[in-house]
Design a protein around this ligand. Structure first.
Ligand code: SF4
Length: 326
């Protein structure tokens, strides 16, 4: 069974963009691969934050992941800071990574342009990401398209390390991207990717009434001004949400009704709301169960970290030996 690794920032509870863009796929992948899923809290400290918030967000994220369907019997779920080998390997990789390579990363340029003082951690973020993946010698990494550049750097680091320290070659596999089937989910404003900081999200555990309050005014095809104007489903975010939540026959119906002005956008959103409810109601129910037993969540994360550490330790023993470290 091939091994996969993927991480998610502890941003509190999941929103449907995270769910559709990553976690729903993980729930499926845990049945097919030896899976390591990690709440990457070391990645969340590159910019100022409050420790109590981080702790709460990490717990909420773990709870959301379990509610969404990650099963500790099928995958290893853990928190990055419970496995110190991540930062140990990241330091080693830092010594091999050219500065120019890091400065060229689009996400760094984007984030750094918004900061007055740029911490080195922001620059080295993709090196830690390479360590996250390679520590488990994962062959596959479920990613969205925006993560492919970082993954390429991980592959390059693996190549470089193998060339310098592993004469037989191939100690670290060059991890390949496993592209998430769902396309990038836009926020309800239809302007940008769904993101908590932009306030355009629907929370995975949000009550149905509140989801409807957000869906009702959500942006649709701007050319559909009147009810009688035919629309173009492909340009409408609501249509893409239908593709993610509604069965194929409904998606087809939506496309026809929209392009022939057979119904109004509110009718269309009502159907979407019903489809979302079908998928999200059981997740909300599971979240209530998980939240009622916080000791179990702690236990799942401890067991996950223990297993992850055992694998990480094996990697580090070989890495240090090959590098002449003690
Ligand atoms: Fe979008 Fe549906 Fe309105 Fe068409 S009918 S523009 S798909 S909300």
């Amino acid at each position: 069974m091939s091994r996969i690794f993927s991480g998610i920032q502890p941003s509190g509870s999941l929103h449907i963009g995270n769910y559709l863009g990553a976690v729903k796929n993980w729930v499926d992948l845990q049945n097919k691969y030896e899976s390591f899923f990690c709440v990457v809290d070391y990645h969340a400290i590159t910019l100022p934050y409050r420790p109590a918030d981080l702790r709460a967000r990490t717990t909420d994220m773990a709870l959301s992941l379990l509610a969404a369907g990650l099963d500790p019997e099928k995958c290893t779920l853990f928190v990055q800071s419970m496995v110190p080998e991540h930062t140990e390997l990241a330091w080693i990789f830092n010594t091999l990574t050219p500065l120019g390579e890091l400065e060229r990363q689009t996400q760094f340029k984007d984030k750094a342009s918004r900061e007055e003082s740029v911490p080195a951690g922001l620059l080295n973020y993709p090196v830690l990401q390479a360590a996250d993946i390679l520590l488990y010698r994962a062959e596959l990494v479920p990613v969205g398209e925006d993560q492919l550049q970082h993954l390429e750097l991980s592959r390059e680091i693996a190549r470089k390390w193998n060339a310098r320290f592993d004469v037989e070659g191939g100690f670290f596999p060059e991890p390949k991207g496993l592209l998430t089937p769902t396309r990038r989910i836009m926020g309800l404003d239809g302007q940008a990717k769904m993101s908590k900081s932009l306030g355009n999200t629907v929370d995975l555990l949000e009550p149905p009434e509140s989801i409807w309050e957000k869906l009702r005014p959500a942006v649709t095809d701007p050319k559909r001004v009147r009810r009688t104007d035919p629309g173009t489903p492909e340009v409408c975010n609501i249509y893409h949400l239908h593709k993610a939540f509604s069965p194929p026959a409904t998606v087809e119906h939506v496309a026809v009704q929209c392009s022939t002005a057979g119904w109004g956008c509110i009718d269309c959103k009502r159907v979407l709301h019903a489809s979302m409810e079908k998928e999200l109601a059981p997740i909300r129910a599971r979240a209530v169960e998980v939240a009622a037993n916080p000791e179990r969540v702690t236990e799942i994360l401890s067991d996950g970290a223990e297993h992850a550490r055992a694998v990480a330790h094996e990697t580090m023993v070989e890495v240090k030996d090959k590098m002449g470290l003690r």
